[in-house]
Ligand binder design. Structure first.
Ligand SMILES: C[S@@+](CC[C@H](N)C(=O)[O-])C[C@H]1O[C@@H](n2cnc3c(N)ncnc32)[C@H](O)[C@@H]1O
Length: 254
């Protein structure tokens, strides 16, 4: 049973944040692009695709076929609307990726060269859900395939104003695995946006990847694009890059 999600009404706002918050364009998009590498001709799954920002980007970056999966009906509706308007040639499926079924998923399993996932793993509420996300990704991959997952950095900058210069805040009232972390942003024009993710340690992600059957996992930190550095000046990015709010988990199938 797939129920309501906090993302259901966020599609358009989330799309706006991807272009209006400079870190999303110049750090997040740039770093995901670098980590994903050459996808020309590949089949790619975008897990927790939301409104399809990266689903469409992956098609633009040369992937032969891209499928986006998400649990939120509202986010997928925005994805379908954009697909109707832009004809990126991508496909969307509604799935709860934290709950891979015992019978597998005939439309997805063993079909992908790469799984990309941007800010989805950190919405697992329990360790079981985290392992579920990674199991969905691992099952989708062909032998030799890889996962590139951007998620909340366990070592993000503490202090509610740490990211104020970048247009958002992170608030965490309790510590420990699975603790809620609320990201709040105000987009130009005063439009508020707030979502609550979960804090997981590097170890929790690595353990879940291993339990899901990934042979190896490693971490990469985001970098800023040349355009971002020249447009805003390198000093603007110093605090962000000293404690980025996101990190990238790379995991490979044996
Ligand atoms: C912060 S948004 C990121 C969306 C997209 N990856 C992007 O970067 O634009 C997180 C997304 O993860 C999705 N998500 C959360 N839990 C999920 C689950 N159990 N299965 C599939 N998608 C999930 C949410 O519905 C939401 O669309």
């Amino acid at each position: 049973m797939l129920g309501m999600s906090e993302f259901d009404t966020l599609g358009d706002t989330y799309e706006r944040s991807a272009v209006e918050l400079p870190f999303r364009e110049h750090v997040e998009r740039h770093s995901v692009r670098q980590a994903v590498g050459d996808v020309t001709g590949l089949t790619v799954l975008d897990m927790g695709c939301g409104s399809g920002i990266y689903t469409r980007r992956l098609a633009t970056w040369g992937a032969r076929h891209v499928t986006g999966i998400d649990v939120s009906e509202g986010m997928l509706a925005t994805g379908h609307e954009r697909e109707h308007a832009q004809q990126a040639g991508v496909t969307y499926l509604r799935r709860d990726a934290t709950r891979p079924g015992p019978a597998g998923d005939p439309l997805l399993d063993g079909t992908c060269d790469v799984v990309v996932s941007v800010y989805a793993l950190c919405y697992a509420v329990t360790e079981q859900e985290l392992t579920g996300f990674l199991t969905t990704a691992r099952r989708a991959l062909k032998p030799g395939g890889r996962l590139v997952a951007m998620t909340l950095n366990p070592d993000y900058g503490r202090g509610v104003r740490y990211y104020a210069g970048y247009g958002f805040s992170l608030t965490q009232h309790e510590e420990g695995e699975g603790a809620p972390v609320t990201l709040a942003a105000t987009l130009p024009g005063g439009l508020p946006m707030s979502v609550t993710a979960r804090w997981w340690s590097h170890r929790a992600y690595e353990k879940a990847a291993s339990a899901a059957g990934f042979a190896r996992s490693s971490w990469a930190v985001p970098t800023v694009s040349e355009t971002g550095a020249s447009q805003y000046g390198s000093a603007y990015w110093t605090a962000y890059l000293n404690a980025p709010q996101a990190v990238i988990l790379n995991a490979t199938v044996g």
